[in-house]
Ligand binder design. Structure first.
Ligand code: KG4
Ligand code: ZN
Length: 343
């Protein structure tokens, strides 16, 4: 098929995503999130996420078909995330996807969640994904820098976080500051009017001695500890905590490292394109700094709409369609879910 109709299923974390595409045309992108259920725990609880997928997935498939105006019988292929992610959560999507493929007698494609995030950019009608590109994927579950030479056959992991994900750092620091979960939007809001240079928080893995082994890796747990310590010392001294300055300075430290390493990768590798993906792309300062530093370095910056940056089924469907169009063999039905699946 030249423009296959593909249904994609994404259940690697707390978003139940079902997307439908025809080739590179987005027809439906249905997302049900269990975020509120996790809020009282201050983070995603794997068992709660898996149960929520089980309940949300069937209805989400129905909604997506309605949104796309197609019937199940018309679907040419199924694509599903089989890792990385939460094992139990992944299994719900993989099980459902296999049942659909079997009953519809269509091929199924197991796809990598991180590569799926890059696939989101295929759905931009005006200027679809160009390769090679560097991709910076930042969410509550991952912080990865990829070199994408060819989306379906050549994706290389340049680096990733060695401890917390960037979104996780926002969530943990928000808790330190007494702000609710998810912390990213709260810190973005709290930082309004704050001075990003008020406090010089540490930039993980940017010292020359760290760069040799961790040039494209990230570390945010030291930053979180530094913010917690700074706040504790203020409180112990009986001084007020300048929330806006702390939030702005913390955010600056995260964004500085993320954009700095992504732009350095583009320069080192001679790749003049940078794609952003993941829920942290909602961060206003990340967008600003990425835009200005990419412009200054002559790098074409691509930021898909937020509904395609956060976890979703459309990006998985888009990657599946790409595999079909490239003539890739479908996955054997015996494939499993792999919580640490490499790119
Ligand atoms: O991609 P996503 O919706 O789900 C996964 O984690 O897979 O990303 C959610 C993460 C959370 O950690 C949340 O705090 C963070 O993205 N986030 C933000 C912002 N909005 C959401 N982080 C920084 N600034 C934001 N405005
Ligand atoms: Zn993701």
């Amino acid at each position: 098929r030249t423009r296959p109709l593909v249904l994609g299923i994404e259940t690697s974390c707390d978003e139940t995503g079902v997307g439908i595409v025809r080739g590179t045309t987005l027809l439906a992108n249905t997302i049900a999130s269990s975020m509120e259920e996790h809020a009282r725990y201050g983070g995603v609880v794997p068992e709660v996420a898996a149960r929520a997928h089980l309940e949300a997935l069937g209805p989400a498939i129905g909604t997506a078909l309605g949104e796309a105006g197609v019937t199940l019988g018309e679907i040419d292929a199924i694509a599903v995330t089989n890792g990385p992610g939460l094992a139990g959560a992944l299994m719900v999507g993989v099980g459902a996807a296999k049942a659909l493929a079997l009953s519809l007698e269509v091929p199924i494609y197991a796809v990598n969640h991180l590569v799926g995030h890059v696939g989101a950019d295929l759905l931009d009608d005006e200027a679809p994904l160009e390769t090679p590109t560097v991709a910076l994927l930042v969410s509550g579950g991952h912080t990865s820098l990829l070199l994408v030479r060819d989306l379906v056959s050549d994706v290389e992991l340049l680096g990733e976080t060695i401890d917390d994900a960037a979104g996780e750092a926002f969530d943990k620091v928000a808790r330190v500051l007494g702000l609710p979960y998810p912390g990213g939007p709260e810190i973005d809001r709290a930082a309004i009017g704050g001075d990003p240079a008020a406090i010089r928080f540490p930039r993980g893995l940017t010292h020359p001695k760290d760069l040799a082994a961790h040039r494209y890796d990230f570390s945010f747990s030291g930053l979180k500890t530094a913010v917690a310590r700074w706040v504790e010392q203020r409180e112990a001294a009986g001084e007020p905590v300048p929330l806006a300055d702390v939030a702005a300075s913390f955010r600056e430290a995260v964004v500085d490292v993320l954009v700095g390493k992504a732009v350095a990768a583009c320069a080192d590798l001679g790749v003049p394109r940078l794609l952003l993906g993941g829920g942290v792309v909602a961060n206003s300062r990340l967008r600003e700094v990425a835009r200005s530093r990419a412009d200054a370095a002559g790098i074409a910056l691509r930021v898909p709409p937020l509904s395609l940056c956060t976890d979703n089924g459309a990006m998985i469907a888009a990657l599946g369609a790409q595999l079909v169009m490239a003539g890739h063999a479908p996955s054997e039905l015996g494939f499993g879910a792999d919580s640490t699946l490499p790119v």
